[in-house]
Design a protein around this ligand. Structure first.
Ligand code: F6P
Length: 365
């Protein structure tokens, strides 16, 4: 039997299971291929005893509608930065990539499909440079990869965020309140922007457009008349005031987690609004991981299925060192180097920004 390994890395995302299922279903059409999954990204290969799972038709049956990933994931460590405790009790990192590649050989794994975001695809490129037959599949709810028009999981997150706006509108209107909804979006504000338009918010604050709190307050005030009214502000977790910093939770440190831990954008904004003189009652809601869990919407299941089939066909064709992508209307591929070259930021003149401004949404600029 020929063997391909599937790995899911980084934060989870609705649609991961649909990709896994599509890889397995497509592979089962070939007589001589077996699919195995490494548990929690590459940890399953690096751990002793090895933790891998055979992914056959029975294992993936019906999983396309389930959130999360049946093989687990992690956004800590990795083969090039494995956390190790040093003699002085602090934590350092070890490069275990050579050892891992030897283990893949020992396990008879001919190719790897790595489903992950920017960080995971950087690891894919490094493994490829070391001779690994690897293919990337893009994954991120933030939609922040520029080498693909869209990633699966994004539409599900937008739907969850939009439904949250819809719910907040009714309570905000009943109480004449200002509601701040904090959504995910570390460096890219696509979720906030789409949910603000779909939900009809008054203000949308995103990482790419730094805000002036007085402009935000002006917009809020314009929505009240004789103390009656309401306003909805959608803020991405990575949004910042002009010349200001990210809202972070620096004390919440976890070994091997090298991302800046963002937290508190809504709470910070509430404080800023109060200091600026907002006289209305303000409440904040942090949507958090509700945006990442649960059932993927149909669009994401379809895209994920296309990506999974394509990834396995690229294994058959030996198209390694590349990442699957979507450029309307085609599913194709780009080199991993191209895939990690640049983020997909919201540009100030993006058509969606223009549309948002057109319907009166303020970016606080
Ligand atoms: O993967 C992107 C993301 O959704 C970011 O928007 C967010 O900052 C991050 O994941 C949070 O991930 P976790 O809490 O799992 O570390």
């Amino acid at each position: 039997m020929r063997r391909v390994l599937v790995v899911t890395g980084g934060g989870d995302c609705p649609g991961l299971n649909a990709v896994i299922r599509a890889i397995v279903k497509r592979a089962s059409k070939e007589k001589d291929w077996e699919v195995v999954g490494s548990i929690e990204a590459y940890n399953g290969i690096l751990r002793e005893p090895t933790e891998i799972m055979i992914l056959d038709d029975a294992a993936v049956s019906g999983i396309h509608i389930r959130g999360g990933t049946i093989i687990g994931t992690t956004n800590k460590g990795g083969p090039f930065a494995w956390p190790v405790k040093l003699p002085d009790g602090t934590w350092g990192e070890a490069d275990r990539s050579d050892e891992m590649l030897r283990k893949l050989q020992y396990l008879g794994i001919e190719a790897v499909i790595s489903i992950g975001g920017e960080g995971s695809q950087r690891i894919s490129q490094m493994l490829y440079e070391k001779g690994c037959n690897i293919i990337g599949v893009p994954k991120t709810i933030d939609n922040d990869l520029s080498a693909t028009d869209v990633t699966f999981g994004f539409q599900t997150s937008v739907q969850v965020a939009t439904e949250a706006v819809d719910k907040l509108v009714t309570t905000a209107a009943s109480h004449n309140r200002v509601f701040i909804l904090e959504v995910m979006g570390r460096y890219a504000g696509w979720i906030a922007l789409n949910a603000a338009i779909a939900g009809g918010a008054e203000v949308c604050l995103i990482p790419e457009i730094e805000y002036d709190i007085n402009k935000v307050l002006d917009k809020v005030n314009s929505r009240f008349s004789r103390d009656r009214g309401f306003a909805i502000i959608v803020v991405a977790e990575g949004a910042r005031p002009k010349g200001g910093e990210f809202a972070t939770n620096a004390t919440d440190q976890v070994v091997g987690y090298n991302n800046l831990k963002l937290a508190g954008a809504a709470a910070k904004l509430k404080q800023e609004l109060m200091i600026a003189g907002c006289k209305y009652d303000i409440r904040e809601t942090v949507l958090g991981h509700l945006q990442r869990g649960g059932v993927p919407v149909a669009y994401d299941r379809v895209l994920a299925t296309q990506f999974g089939v394509k990834a396995f066909e690229m294994v058959l064709e030996g198209k390694f060192g590349r990442m699957v992508n979507y450029r309307h209307p085609n599913v194709g591929s780009v080199s991993l180097l191209e895939a990690i070259e640049q983020y997909n930021f919201v540009k100030p003149d993006d058509a969606l920004v223009t549309a948002a401004r057109g319907v009166g949404i303020s970016f606080g600029d």
